[in-house]
Design a protein around this ligand. Structure first.
Ligand SMILES: Cc1cc2nc3c(=O)[nH]c(=O)nc-3n(C[C@H](O)[C@H](O)[C@H](O)COP(=O)(O)O)c2cc1C
Length: 176
């Protein structure tokens, strides 16, 4: 999965992503990484076998200039990692709900690097076993906006003819 992240394209090939990883078999390290997540995420993420903190370098190494694409590129690497995980039958749950200051303190993250997102990685469990408050969210049908609401041509808000074909109702199957 990290090999897939490694091969993400990035602006100027800066590769601004960094990861801190903890597995549940090392309870001390797992607890340290878990403590960097927002409380609402800790509730469910503590059950995952692997936690990952994504840390982004916000400046170019070669000249210390601001890298406007850094967070985009961290996201692209996360996308690659997620696709690889899916191919391997794993699930990735990304999180913006983290405690960046806590992460800096716990891991001594240097200046110009920011803990930005986290991921919980594991095999999908039976949602029926979740606490009531979380069950609904996991069992709800997955939804996305239709293409015509965000693929425009000519002017803002005008759907591109490319996406105005009738909706067949077909959906990408969710891996089980
Ligand atoms: C960058 C990013 C940050 C997210 N942050 C959180 C989070 O902090 N807590 C959480 O429970 N889910 C989080 N999610 C999960 C999204 O809420 C979820 O992907 C979205 O609701 C769509 O769900 P689906 O992919 O299962 O259809 C995040 C997803 C992404 C991509």
């Amino acid at each position: 999965m990290f090999e897939a992240a490694r091969w993400a394209a990035s602006s100027y090939n800066e590769q601004p992503w960094n990861y801190l990883v903890a597995t549940r078999e090392n309870s001390l390290e797992f607890g340290r990484l878990l403590s960097c997540l927002a409380e609402a995420n800790q509730v469910w993420a503590k059950a995952a076998p692997v936690l990952v903190l994504g840390v982004v370098s916000l400046r170019f190494a070669k000249n210390n200039e601001n890298n406007r694409a850094a967070v985009h590129d961290l996201g692209l690497a996360a996308g690659n990692l997620s696709v690889e995980a899916t191919v391997r039958g794993l699930s990735v749950h990304q999180m913006i709900g983290i405690l960046p200051d806590k992460a800096r303190e716990v891991y001594q993250i240097p200046a110009h690097y920011e803990a930005w997102t986290a991921m919980a990685i594991g095999y999908k469990a039976d949602p029926a076993k979740l606490p009531e408050a979380l069950k609904g969210r996991d069992l709800a049908p997955r939804q996305r906006k239709p293409l015509r609401e965000f693929v425009f041509a000519g002017q803002w808000g005008q759907p591109s003819p490319l996406v105005l074909k009738p909706d067949t109702g077909q959906r990408v199957p969710v891996p089980t």
